[in-house]
Design a protein around this ligand. Sequence first.
Ligand code: PEP
Ligand code: MN
Length: 345
Amino acid sequence: MMIVMKETATPEEVEAVVAKIERAGALAHPIKGARLTVIGAIGDVEQDVNIESLGLEGQPGVDRVLPILKPYKLASAEIRHGERTVLDISGRKIGGEHFALIAGPCTVESREQTLQTARVVRDAGVTLLRGGAYKPRTSPYAFQGLGQEGLKLLAEAKAETGLPIVTELMDLRDIDDVLEVADVIQIGARNMANFPLLTEIGRSGAPALLKRGLSSTLDELLMAAEYILKEGNPNVMLCERGIRTFETDHRRVTLDIMAVPILKELSHLPVIVDPSHAAGRRDLVLPLSLAAAAAGADGIIVEVHPNPDEAVCDGPQALLADTFDEFAAAVQRTAEFAGKALSAV
Ligand code: PEP
Ligand code: MN
């Protein structure tokens, strides 16, 4: 159920409703909007019935009590009454009118490659730096990432450029190490349905970039987000990165651009697009990035390399560091055309 407080409700009145919901054995999630506070009361089906019988309608400060119709309660657009969630990553806003350009290497390979790429993307005005220290590879014989050594290099890149870091967490045993460096934890496509991982990231409170699984529906993506939100962590971005379809020629997977307006209709969470992993080809990354920005995405995440021919991972899709500033300018123009300002400090 969703308890919509009056615009005039006091913090004490909100507290009293929260306490009553918790006493009934359900979880209470107060969500403070610009105008009013909505409290999500989440339990199992029987507990929802209990909440209805708590008599909250008549309680001071309460305007209405409504059911949340979607199975993803906290991720649903309903619970924010049309307001968008705006994340604040060390002063850089993502969502609403703020467009995030996230760029960097697929994989942290060496000090020089990481720092060189970080400087190039910083100079082009990006919002966040991406880079993987732990890599989900199809082959167990492929390079698996530099691990802790990679995290140290990301910390160095952050110290030098001031850019917040997005990096992937694959294994819960690494969560403390990753949290020391990451401003945003990436949950890779292959881990979208790793529910214990999602729950722990929820508990950590760290901002999360949740990628859509290769064969996952949008509802499954939203339910995965719900695992994080349910733990009291509201800092979630959704990421469309391409899905498997019958078309296997000429591209890696199929970028589902329709996911952008649909996710924004269903959810208040920011929606990011990763054209690099969908395309697998450098030449497709610009048109797909522009399409994402034009479709209303809240940001894109792309791979960049100073020398893609020598990249240990995903070289063919990496944008060239040399011309990255032109790419960034074109994306910024399209985001502005769609009514958003590039988020940087
Ligand atoms: C990545 O971003 O480096 C990555 C492996 O992405 P995905 O999980 O979408 O394949
Ligand atoms: Mn990659």
